[in-house]
Design a protein around this ligand. Structure first.
Ligand SMILES: Nc1nc2c(ncn2[C@@H]2O[C@H](COP(=O)(O)OP(=O)(O)OP(=O)(O)O)[C@@H](O)[C@H]2O)c(=O)[nH]1
Ligand SMILES: [Zn+2]
Length: 204
């Protein structure tokens, strides 16, 4: 798990290209798309794309373990489900590098300790802002929470549309892929899974 949860899963980041190399790569792709890199509208595009990539793939700079480092124990003995649902995210598929647009639902059953709620959304961001498959991202989010908190159970569901299936290839707009990861009591106790699903689907 560590290799994918840590920063720079591809290495230590030392052999990253320079800004100039990244901009040159964008120029190559613009030419590959069939455009003229010297026309005015495209002159600053390589710089903009390099900057946008820093933001879209900022998850490589962040460490889920660090983000989840702080836990709280003073919660009045609360030990029931904590569910943060409908966390929107953007990611990019590792096969085509086009967007994945979706929502994550993340729950755990505390065992004495809880996480700051925003940290759950942060973990979704950290893994979303990397090149992904939906299955990997689902496993990474559940694994990171399990490692940080050792709760009685973790449940993650991700629902997403893959633009590589909508804009190109098979061109099926609007289809949604659902992935789930259940750990601990969510895996062994069917009624906990049902409760998770009911809370996600319940509106109001
Ligand atoms: N399992 C999984 N597959 C994904 C994900 N995102 C994209 N894919 C699929 O990755 C596959 C790559 O298939 P390939 O045959 O190697 O590539 P391709 O020729 O571009 O495939 P098509 O999309 O069918 O045109 C496609 O079936 C995509 O739908 C994901 O998150 N999980
Ligand atoms: Zn794809």
């Amino acid at each position: 798990m560590d290799a994918i949860v840590k920063k720079f899963p591809a290495g230590d980041g030392d052999n990253r290209p320079t800004q100039a190399e990244a901009e040159e790569a964008v120029r190559t792709l613009l030419r590959w798309a069939g455009d003229d890199i010297n026309r005015e509208g495209l002159l600053d595009t390589p710089k903009r794309v390099a900057k946008a990539y820093k933001e879209l793939f900022s998850g490589y700079e962040l460490d889920a373990e660090e983000a989840l480092g702080r836990t709280f124990e003073d919660v009045g003995g609360y030990d029931d489900i904590v569910l943060v649902k409908d966390i929107p995210f953007f990611s990019h598929c590792e096969h085509h590098m086009v967007p994945i647009i979706g929502k994550a639902h993340v729950a755990y059953l505390p065992d004495g300790k809880v996480l700051g709620l925003s940290k759950i959304a942060r973990v979704v961001e950290i893994f979303g802002r990397r090149l992904q498959t939906q299955e990997t991202m689902t496993a990474q989010v559940s694994g990171a929470i399990d490692d940080a908190l050792h709760p009685r159970g973790v449940a993650v569901m991700i629902e997403a549309e893959h633009m590589c299936m909508s804009m190109r290839g098979i061109q099926k707009q609007g289809s949604t892929t659902i992935t789930t990861a259940f750990k601990g009591a969510f895996k062994t106790e069917p009624h906990e899974q049902v409760r998770f699903m009911t809370l996600i689907r319940g509106r109001g």
